[in-house]
Design a protein around this ligand. Structure first.
Ligand SMILES: [Cu+2]
Length: 195
């Protein structure tokens, strides 16, 4: 009786332990599954949000290429115009400091070219130059932001200035001195952008 009793008791403990192990096994499996799932989701999010070393380097290089400061544009063409007064109350432009014409020489560039326009004042008054839609007495419509020596601050005698711009539109345009009345006095020329 005692032996049977002990046997039954020990069997009861074994069964209890098996039961606990069973439940523990289920819990452990469930916990492992949850941890694995968290790890997979975590890895996915981690992968998306944090680029690998190679990708990061590529992004850095691309960002640098996009943000080129305008001052670093390399001109395709450099045009130097000299400007000043002519005998008889006329004003003019030329491609050398010794020969000024009215109107000035015709300038031709190609659409899309980066132009550096230099202006050298060889006269005795203040002057400047701008690419314009049409030659005006004052306040001409300036194209391509191409302006050297604005009307309120023209280039002084013996000085020079320059501007870099893209001739983005084809057409027959002009250049002129933006100082009031200098255009009609002959300080202009044709500026043609070929397509
Ligand atoms: Cu002028």
């Amino acid at each position: 009786m005692d032996m049977h009793g002990e046997e039954r008791e020990s069997q009861g403990i074994v069964n209890k332990l098996w039961g606990m192990a069973d439940r523990y096994y289920i819990h452990a499996t469930l916990l492992a599954a949850i941890l694995l799932w968290i790890a997979i989701i975590g890895a996915m999010i981690f992968d998306i949000q944090i680029p690998k070393a190679g990708e990061e380097a590529a992004l850095g290089a691309g960002g640098g290429a996009v943000a080129i400061p305008q001052g670093q544009l390399q001109p395709d063409v450099v045009i130097t115009l000299y400007g000043g007064e002519l005998p008889g109350g006329k004003f003019g432009f030329g491609l050398s400091p010794d020969e000024l014409f009215t109107p000035g020489p015709e300038i031709r560039v190609k659409q899309g070219q980066v132009i550096e326009l230099r202006f050298v004042n060889v006269g005795e008054l203040r002057h400047g130059v701008a690419i314009v839609q049409s030659v005006e007495k004052s306040n001409p419509v300036i194209l391509f932001n191409a302006l050297v020596g604005p009307p309120n601050n023209p280039i002084p005698p013996g000085s020079e200035g320059s501007v870099v711009f893209v001739a983005s539109q084809p057409g027959e345009f002009y250049y002129q001195c933006p100082v009031p009345n200098h255009g009609p006095k002959g300080m202009w020329g044709k500026f043609i952008v070929e397509p």
